[in-house]
Design a binder for this molecule. Structure first.
Ligand SMILES: Cc1cc2nc3c(=O)[nH]c(=O)nc-3n(C[C@H](O)[C@H](O)[C@H](O)COP(=O)(O)OP(=O)(O)OC[C@H]3O[C@@H](n4cnc5c(N)ncnc54)[C@H](O)[C@@H]3O)c2cc1C
Length: 478
């Protein structure tokens, strides 16, 4: 549908567009753009503007669905020329909803899904529309992987630019620690490469700076031998044993080898087939684990976890790494309303464990959960000023994951998350993971970037002085 057709078919939405743009400008842009341009009223407009968090409902003036880096250049130039608010969509998972803007230009990268693996060099080039599952599928065909997150529908792009951690991070570091280079479209529309040797300051800022400095059109990652089968799974304990299980989890994870990762989740039990029916829907504490090494060795190392209490059930085995990466997808489907709060911890002391147990008993909906992601080890061995991710002292990242179905539940759920967040704050170690900040946490942005904030501001002044890229956890120029 072209702009004129749209004017005839939906005058109200078109009015919004014309307020900002001349139809001639849009047509001119389309003549240089090889992807799709969607305006309000297009049959796919609503589907494409929709993102993972259903709390976010924004209506861009137009959506540029890029097919190549050259399309990204055209979109950036168009956005600048027309003084549009610009948002960038990778996998569309960001909790704050920064992938989509009201009345501006949404640059949608989700069709750019190329993945090239060089198994000899152990490197991969990944385009910014790839999800973790799409990347894993290609890399695991060669028995290779790089550390990414734990939900396979997340975008590689946004996850990496904020830092990126998952099951492999204790062994191989954050996603950014495995980034070799990035191809970037800058705010002036020029394309550059960033690496340790080319535009090194930009490369520093891309690794943790969350999309503030430019649009990455290709990520080059270092790969490692992983699996393809890994020892992984879940052990579930009744909530009545929460204090003891979480305390033992805290001490165990301080000493475990880099290859082993164990995360803690407390929530109401889904109807998992390995749990007794009486446990379904009741509060529980689950330990989720993955061993990135010889499964027989892993079996010995995880034996103590089974003695943390009297388990309700377990589902642990040797399975494809790519399958384990998808294990939590059914609990994290798009379309629910999600509200998060998060803290970093160097250590999990009694105070925070008591607070988790208290608020774990007050979950406002069956989908709410408190999880502790364990990092440390290799993530902590990188100098805090080596990249723009400054929280190298975070051994645990806690996410208070408020999640429910309807807007009527917002008030109660948000109050629970905020209250728990406030009560656990005294035990936190400082900094925050920018990829877990919600849209109402702009007051935490400088705190989250920590020591990197000032240098990021200088880079922003150098590379994006007009703050074209501001739909993110924004660093102001200078
Ligand atoms: C269910 C779920 C599970 C998660 N699990 C983990 C986890 O295990 N580990 C972890 O580290 N994080 C995790 N996250 C957080 C995740 O890292 C962030 O939500 C991240 O922003 C998602 O990236 P995306 O590309 O999907 O998001 P989008 O919403 O598409 O993008 C987020 C932001 O990143 C920027 N951006 C995206 N692509 C580009 C690009 N190519 N160039 C420049 N800027 C860009 C933009 O500012 C954009 O607004 C999880 C999130 C969800 C919803």
């Amino acid at each position: 549908m072209d702009a004129n057709t749209l004017r005839a078919s939906s005058p109200l939405t078109m009015e919004t567009v014309v307020n900002q743009l001349q139809i001639a400008d849009i047509d001119e842009f389309k003549s240089h753009f090889r992807g799709d341009v969607l305006l309000p009223g297009h049959a796919r407009y609503d589907e494409v503007r929709r993102i993972w968090n259903a709390m976010i409902d924004r209506r861009p003036a137009l959506i540029a669905r890029c097919s190549s880096a050259e399309d990204v250049v055209q979109a950036v130039r168009f956005g600048r020329k027309n003084n549009l608010l610009v948002s960038i969509r990778g996998g569309g998972h960001n909790i704050a909803g920064n992938a989509v803007c009201d009345d501006g230009l949404m640059i949608d990268l989700s069709l750019m899904k190329g993945v090239k693996v060089d198994p000899n060099a152990r490197r991969a080039n990944v385009e910014p529309g790839c999800t973790l599952a799409e990347f894993d599928a290609v890399a695991q065909a060669h028995g290779l992987a790089t550390p990414l997150g734990i939900n396979s529908t997340t975008g590689v792009a946004g996850l990496t630019l904020g830092g990126g951690f998952g099951w492999l991070s204790r062994k191989y570091g954050l996603a950014i620690d495995n980034l070799i280079s990035a191809d970037v479209v800058m705010a002036d529309g020029n394309q550059v490469r960033a690496s340790e040797t080319e535009n090194a300051d930009l490369f520093w800022g891309l690794r943790g700076g969350g999309g503030n400095l430019g649009i990455v059109t290709s990520f080059e990652f270092r790969l490692h031998s992983v699996g393809p089968n890994v020892l992984s799974g879940l052990i579930v304990f009744p909530f009545g044993q929460a204090k003891s299980v979480i305390t033992q989890f805290a001490r165990f994870t301080e000493r475990m080898p880099d290859e082993l990762n164990v995360w803690m989740v407390t929530r109401k039990a889904p109807p998992l087939p390995f749990l007794p029916a009486h446990a379904h829907g009741k509060e529980m504490v689950a330990l989720a684990l993955c061993y990135a090494g010889d499964p027989a060795q892993g079996e010995k190392l995880i034996a103590p976890l089974r003695r943390f209490g009297t388990a309700l059930g377990e589902h642990i085995g040797v399975q494809p790494y790519a399958a384990w990466q998808q294990a939590f997808d059914p609990l994290l489907t798009p379309g629910a309303r999600n509200y998060w709060k998060s803290h970093n911890f160097a250590r999990l002391d009694d105070g925070v464990i008591d607070t988790i147990v208290k608020y774990g008993a007050m979950l406002p909906s069956p989908q709410c959960e408190i999880f502790i992601g364990t990092i440390g080890a290799q993530t902590a061995r990188v100098a805090p000023d080596a990249t723009a991710y400054a929280s190298r002292d975070a051994n645990y990242v806690m996410n208070v994951h408020g999640r429910w179905a309807s807007a009527a539940e917002d008030e109660r759920g948000i109050a629970w998350a905020r209250d728990f967040f406030a009560k656990s704050q005294p035990f936190a170690s400082g900094g925050a993971y920018i990829n877990f900040l919600t849209q109402d946490e702009t007051d935490r942005v400088a705190f989250a970037y920590g020591a990197a904030y000032r240098r990021l501001g200088e880079l922003k002044k150098k590379y994006d002085p007009t703050n074209l890229f501001r739909m993110n956890q924004n660093v102001k120029p200078g």
